[in-house]
Write a protein that binds this ligand. Sequence first.
Ligand code: SF4
Length: 399
Amino acid sequence: MKRREFIAKSILAGSGIYLASILADIFGRDVLDIAYAKSKYPSKLTPARFWIEDSNGNSSCTLCPNGCHTEGEYGICRSRIKKNGKFFTEAYNQIAAIHDDPIEKAPLYHFMPGSRTVCMAAAGCNARCKYCQNWQLSQESPSNVKNDEITPEKAVQLTKERGFDCIGFSYTEPMTYMEYVIDTFEAAHAQNIKTYVASAAYVNRTPFKQLSSVCDAFALALKGFDEKFYQDMVGIRMNRVLDILVYAKELGCHLEVVNLIVPTYNDDVSKIGEMAKWIVKELGDDTPLHFLRFYPKFKLSNLPPTPISTMEVARKESIEAGLKYVYLGNAPGHEGNSTYCPSCGKVVIGRIGFRVVQNNISNGKCKFCGAEIPGILDKITLDDFESRKNPMKKIRKKK
Ligand code: SF4
């Protein structure tokens, strides 16, 4: 390789993997060997599902629209690898984050409100959000972060031991470690534990359909309503995301839509109105929409947090567009935390931040006027806030 070519490639190099490919060109070593040498932890490869080989022996990943196919390299998601024509995942059983979360953190507000969940993540993501709130995990390979080895059965056992009803995946991109998510959810259903996923919805229809057969609820992001915003700020194609949202609806999934408002990038009120109208038309006016407040992170750490006034305008615009359940997240104590009956306007599920503090739903209906409230609302758990503040009070009450 000529020096000029080397310099040009070096300038273009946006990642360690690309640099590794340059070194491989020079020294003739396998790109993965070099990538592994840079990895902090030993790589554990598990055969992947969701890939095809054509009649000429060329194989490519079919999990997401990126369609990665380069031999000896990680896919864009950084967790799947093509080696000797076959695909492997580095993420199986490799859990980088595991937390006890309220289901409201997903966010899911119409699915077993007040439930505690075990929420997990493996490293990797097939998008490149410049404002990613979990970039330390999402923008790394599993072999580059510290993991706990947790099998699907062990994950379910941990959920049962805590007495929780739900297990889910969030923080990074669960679609990119689909095999582990599906196996965990199958094990969870065998134990009557409910399942959920929070995702950017950049996945192909066939794997999504398979996931939907074992996933009880989806919190899917619609990060903006502009193809250019998606390409510049998220690194994926919006039309493919819209297709999955519509497909989720067709499949009858429990779906809540999530939009994080980034100041000056996707806070244009007319675009927000267009997005809300699209949701009404394609997904239905009873689809919950969550606006989340942005906090300065990753490559947009120079921006201020989203002003509450911007969030309020977005909520108002979406309600005027016809949506019945529009929420404000990362804004604890705001009236937009709660669920209101679209018929009588009274609070049916009162929340302070993620805490469920009021339940006025009976048999899935508003207690005041009998209007039906959509969702999986057969179990609503009130936050035991008072007794947590003063544990003695609970004991005294019991006497
Ligand atoms: S899941 Fe990963 S390897 Fe597969 S196509 Fe998407 S980015 Fe590429």
